[in-house]
Write a protein that binds this ligand. Structure first.
Ligand code: HXC
Length: 519
């Protein structure tokens, strides 16, 4: 064959591979409102930065007549490219080839880029759209999944791993995204479940739709499996880019600096009046967050799940931080099982990837009752406590208003190695609120009073007494548990300066195989 013919053969093979399962199936993918595997990569990566590996791989199965049905790339597109100039590895499942189902060779392709990403210290991004294990390959497909899972586990805490769900993701296949750091689901076109609606009906009799069982909305609101909800594939992919901008490429690097023209010492007078006079009145902690961060930007994670706590990424003077904030607007910002678990996972992510933590506290306590106790609030609350206590990244805590009881300790207090703990003058730091405290301390005196008016007068007096004595930041400040009481409008500057002070912090935990976080 002449050299030019050989080159033509290569060009022709590449063109064939790019067609995946063929025009008809590409049209059907588009008709569903979905992009193809390669179109997704184009949108995700910097222009012309993608280099594909293993384009000529095909499966090795002969049974079920598969030897006559071969597609170059075998249903998954893998390779590397850049996002904002930084290297990332990517795999994109191609639904047009056997429904994106996973074969042995397909798994090997994914494992190859995961191994390279770990060696090079670069993130792995998985674009999922697959019918699961390739049925014709049987246990070899299951083994392929397990090979990927094992790598997900080894890569955890070493390099960021992000999963987009852009179509079906069912059966054991769901566990690879679940092992990664962040999952982004597209509305209407994506779903995740361990068993589908038909099996659910056969086993339990429950009739449920795909969307109800494992749609993007369900996983973003009820289960917390998905961290972000995207309107369509394009929004989903752009979210990956944004998310990565707050992260380092691996655990040995710091997150990238994004210089800002937002003055570090701007005074935000609005903050001096943002806390309502009535301690039981709610406000939106997002208003505080977007007032103090660079350019008012905040990438909220788990926005629709466990809304009584807010977590997400922002920057102060160009430096990435993870923000954790109780949200008085929902359930008074109380800590419950879901909020504790949500925040604990986020704190551990930030700690693994050298992202300092800024915690804004306004928490009345843990949610009481059998519902929470039976659901294991003791263990879930302990997760958050554990995560903060284990974290060695810089930790800056600002108590805005309430900080009561066990929840005070959990929310990055001084003794959990909080580096700088500030409070606003509106802070109330105590074992419990006035009402509860008076009931416990004055119970026998209150019971002795027979006249109802006299009784309520006595209770009110005692509550006011308690509030005056304990519902302030100065008792904690007296003991050095609060480093300073700061004027609210100066909060941005105090955080910027705290982070500068802590930039070279070195703290390590004692050597051990691994800790035993209460799971
Ligand atoms: C082989 C598959 C396949 C699979 C789909 N296809 N899933 N081929 N193995 N798992 C093929 C179809 O035969 C079809 O081929 C093409 O992909 C598109 O599928 P359709 O059914 O036409 O598409 P759609 O109507 O959109 O339905 C998509 C689907 C459905 C909901 C995903 O295909 C489906 O239910 N597939 C089976 C899912 C499943 O049970 N997988 C195993 C789960 S267990 P043609 O040639 O017509 O285009 C599992 C275990 C993992 O995954 C364990 C890991 C530990």
């Amino acid at each position: 064959m002449a050299t030019q013919d050989k080159i033509n053969e290569l060009i022709q093979k590449r063109a064939e591979a790019r067609l995946g399962g063929g025009e008809k199936r590409i049209d059907s993918q588009h008709a569903k409102g979905k992009l193809t595997a390669r179109e997704r990569i184009e949108i995700l990566l910097d222009e012309d930065s993608f280099e594909e590996f293993d384009m000529f791989v095909t499966h090795r199965t002969k049974s079920f007549g598969l030897d006559k049905e071969q597609y170059l790339s075998d249903g998954v597109v893998t390779g590397h490219g850049t996002i904002d100039g930084r290297i990332v590895y990517v795999f994109s499942q191609d639904f047009t080839v056997f429904g994106g189902s996973l074969s042995e060779t397909y798994a090997l392709k994914i494992c190859k880029i995961m191994d390279m990403a770990m060696r090079m210290g670069a993130p792995v991004i998985g674009l999922n759209d697959s019918g699961g294990a390739r049925i014709q390959e049987g246990v070899r497909s299951l083994a392929g999944y397990a090979e990927i899972f094992q790598r997900n586990i080894m890569a955890s805490g070493l390099i960021p791993q992000i999963s987009s769900i852009l179509g079906p993701c069912a059966g054991g296949a769901v566990y690879s995204p679940a092992l990664t750091d962040f999952t982004i689901m597209t509305e209407q076109t994506s779903y995740m479940f361990v068993t589908g609606p038909k099996v659910v009906q056969a086993v339990t009799g429950e009739v449920v739709t795909t969307e109800q069982l494992g749609g993007a909305t369900i996983h973003s609101t009820k289960s917390g499996v998905s961290h972000f909800l995207a309107e369509n594939d394009e929004v989903n992919l752009m979210l990956i880019r944004k998310l990565l901008s707050y992260m380092p490429s691996n655990n040995l690097e710091d997150p990238p600096m994004v210089p800002t023209s937002d003055p570090i010492d701007r005074l935000d007078d609005i903050l001096n009046t943002i806390i309502p006079e009535n301690p039981n009145q709610a406000y939106d902690v997002l208003d505080i967050i977007t007032t103090i961060t660079d350019n008012g930007e905040f990438l909220e994670v788990h926005r629709n799940y466990a809304k009584n706590i807010v977590v997400g990424f922002a920057r102060f003077n160009g430096k990435s931080v993870g923000i954790v904030a109780n949200q008085p607007k929902y359930y008074a910002g109380v800590l419950d099982c879901e909020a504790s678990r949500k925040a604990a996972r986020f704190v551990r992510y930030c700690d693994a990837f050298n992202i300092p933590l800024v915690t804004l506290v306004d928490v009345p306590g843990f949610l009481p009752g059998t519902g929470q106790e039976y659901a294991g609030i003791i263990l879930h609350g302990a997760k958050l406590l554990f995560a903060y206590g284990e974290a060695t990244v810089p930790k800056v805590t600002i108590t805005l208003r309430k900080s009561y009881g066990g929840a005070h300790d959990v929310m990055s207090c001084k003794q959990l190695r909080g580096d700088l703990n500030y409070a606003w003058p509106s802070a109330e730091i105590a074992v419990m609120g006035a009402k509860g405290a008076v009931e416990v301390l004055e119970g026998s005196n209150i019971r002795k009073i027979e006249d109802a008016d006299e009784k309520s007068q006595y209770i009110l007096e005692k509550e006011n007494e308690y509030t005056a004595k304990f519902a302030n930041p100065y008792v904690a400040a007296k003991y050095g548990f609060i480093d300073d009481v700061i004027e609210p409008r100066n909060t941005r500057f105090r955080i910027v300066r705290a982070l500068e002070l802590l930039a070279n912090k070195k703290e390590t935990n004692p050597p051990k195989k691994h800790a035993n976080i209460p799971l």
